[in-house]
Write a protein that binds this ligand. Structure first.
Ligand code: NOJ
Ligand code: CA
Length: 553
């Protein structure tokens, strides 16, 4: 394990690369990514310079929600490989100085999980059914769902079983919610944590961490919107329930038993910075995704307020902020930034929210490069979703018959869902599937846009000015410069159209500065050595619009 990644506080500054295993690299030629594919690309990740990888669920799964429907938390999905291959990957990643984070999905299991199958086989009122959320329906014959909760993918959050009871699923019907009030569920997940910690996994990304606890009286929502207002005095019945913190205190105690330190990152959509920070108190989760940054439009005032609110709320609990531009659930940032940012609405993150707006993809890519340098200079850790280092856009034109996301069916064909950011990666500009699978293999599980050859990793590797080389240079500097990663920032006066800050270092060291120009004209820079820029400066040394520069002042 190399230098700065070896310490117990690695999670305070780590750049974590998200691998969506179905779409990363396919070694055995069935058109679906696998663990052997990941092992083959470790040199790419080591050369990129990331501190850790997070792998989206790799467990046995019927794939009703691309692996977020887990049927066995302590094994590997055969499509992806074997437990022995997972062990080998953990060892190889560690040998390359890369930490390994995996996904845990505690809000729901697959309907094929042994516990849910046992619950279905057992009678209403049985102990087996207590592990999930079974209720009688409403209406004279129980023919109506127990309450008005809606599935995140569309339609009611309840499905009726043949004996007449209903079960809760905040996501697909194939993802029944478990009952976190039941001690057996707590034990079950604690055993899973230990199973993987004992195998050397360095941390978990926690799926829907804000959803595990419910108001168990299961009251109707009556149209209650979420996130709640900043000053709301009531709680939402199934998101961000206060009792959820007790679970994470138990989990933290388990992580703290291990050495080197194991860490958690919560997927927590609560909208309110203080409520997010509550999950990051010193006896709870280590970090959480900063979705406010991901959703912020590319506008200076809004970015600045998100950065300030993030830093303040995290500092209050002593947690490091994180920064993220994309993941497997949201529109790729190139395509979001390609739209007129003033027309985005506060929660817009899915392509369907803005796909009808005109798009300028060169502009989107320029902004994403600038955003990447901005994000990597901010205090704390950062997440890079596979393909961001290649500047991939959203695949906006997947034919309806090829769509796989359950959102498409559950929304009655009104929401295309998230497949556009899940398209298999282009590794080579030539060859079938751009090198995602071996030549002659089955077609990739989602079709790739035909014009991706110039974006392929081999078309960018070693090419000055490519997005891949920009990421490599930034991550290398991040490791070399003591100021970057964990710490604080001090804003510089750069006018209303720019963001500029220093990262305070020890006494006597010449300061690092990050300047981002979000205005329409070029910006004068202070004197200093240019360490890295997301685009070329003008002949006069000015910073063009939508460009970030790192300086040594
Ligand atoms: C969040 C995951 O990121 C998403 O892909 C999944 O569909 C839901 N949680 C349900 O597990
Ligand atoms: Ca495969």
């Amino acid at each position: 394990m190399n230098g700065r990644n070896a310490g117990d506080d690695w999670w305070r500054h780590a750049v974590v690369y998200q691998i969506y295993p179905r779409s990363f690299a396919d070694a055995n030629g069935d058109g679906i990514g696998d663990i052997a594919g990941i092992r083959g690309k470790l040199p790419h990740l080591a050369a990129l310079g990331v501190d850790a990888i997070w792998i989206s669920p790799w467990y046995p799964s019927p794939m009703a929600d691309a692996g977020y429907d887990v049927s066995d938390y302590r094994d590997i999905e055969p499509l992806f490989g074997t437990l022995a291959e997972a062990d080998a990957l953990i060892a190889e990643a560690h040998a390359a100085g890369i930490k390994m984070i995996i996904d845990i999905v505690p809000n729901h299991t697959s309907d094929q999980h042994a516990l849910f199958q046992a619950a279905l086989a057992a009678a209403p009122g049985s102990p087996e059914r207590e592990l999930y959320v079974f209720r009688e329906g409403r209406g004279s014959d129980g023919e109506l769902p127990p309450n008005d909760w809606q599935s995140n993918f569309g339609g009611p959050a309840w499905t009726r079983v043949p004996d007449g009871q209903w079960y809760l699923h905040l996501f697909a019907p194939a993802q029944p919610d478990v009952n976190w009030r039941h001690p057996a569920i707590r034990v079950e997940f604690e055993q899973t944590l230990r199973f993987w910690f004992d195998r050397g996994i360095d941390g978990f990304r926690i799926d829907v961490a804000h959803g595990l606890e419910k108001n168990w009286e299961l009251p109707d929502l009556n149209g209650l919107a979420f996130p709640l207002a900043e000053d709301a005095e009531h709680e939402h019945p199934h998101w961000d329930q206060p009792a959820v913190h007790e679970i994470f205190r138990e989990w933290r105690a388990i992580a703290d038993e291990y050495s080197p330190a194991r860490a958690f990152c919560g997927e927590i959509w609560v909208g309110r910075p203080q409520r997010l920070a509550a999950y990051l108190r010193s006896d709870e989760l280590h970090t959480a995704f900063n979705f406010d940054f991901l959703m912020a439009p590319w506008l200076p005032g809004q970015l600045r307020s998100v950065i300030d609110a993030t830093i303040a709320s995290h500092a209050a609990v002593g947690a490091p902020p994180t920064w993220v531009l994309g993941n497997h659930d949201v529109c790729r940032p190139v395509s979001r930034y390609a739209r007129d940012q003033r027309l985005l609405k506060p929660m817009d993150r899915h392509l369907m929210d803005f796909q009808d707006l005109p798009a300028d993809f060169d502009l989107g890519r320029r902004r994403v490069r600038a955003a990447a340098l901005l994000m990597l200079a901010l205090p704390g850790g950062a997440y890079v979703y596979q393909g961001e280092e290649l500047g991939l856009p959203e695949a906006e034109h997947i034919p309806a018959e090829a769509l796989q996301d359950p959102t498409w069916v559950q929304s009655g064909g009104t929401d295309k869902g998230r497949d556009g950011c899940r398209v298999p990666l282009p590794w080579t500009s030539a060859g079938d599937s751009f090198g995602f699978s071996p030549d002659g293999a089955a077609a990739p599980w989602l079709p790739q846009p035909e014009d991706w050859a110039p974006l392929a990793a081999d078309a960018q590797d070693g090419v000055a000015g490519s997005t891949l080389e920009l990421y490599k240079a930034a991550l290398k500097l991040r490791r070399e410069l003591g100021e970057l990663g964990d710490g604080t920032l001090e804003w510089l006066d750069a006018g209303a159209d720019a963001l500029a800050f220093t990262r305070p270092a020890g006494a006597g060291s010449a300061g690092f500065q990050c300047w981002t120009n979000l205005g329409s004209g070029p910006l004068a820079l202070p004197a200093g050595e240019v360490l890295l820029a997301s685009g070329e400066l003008t002949e006069d040394g000015l910073l063009p619009s939508d460009t970030t520069v790192w300086l040594r002042g």
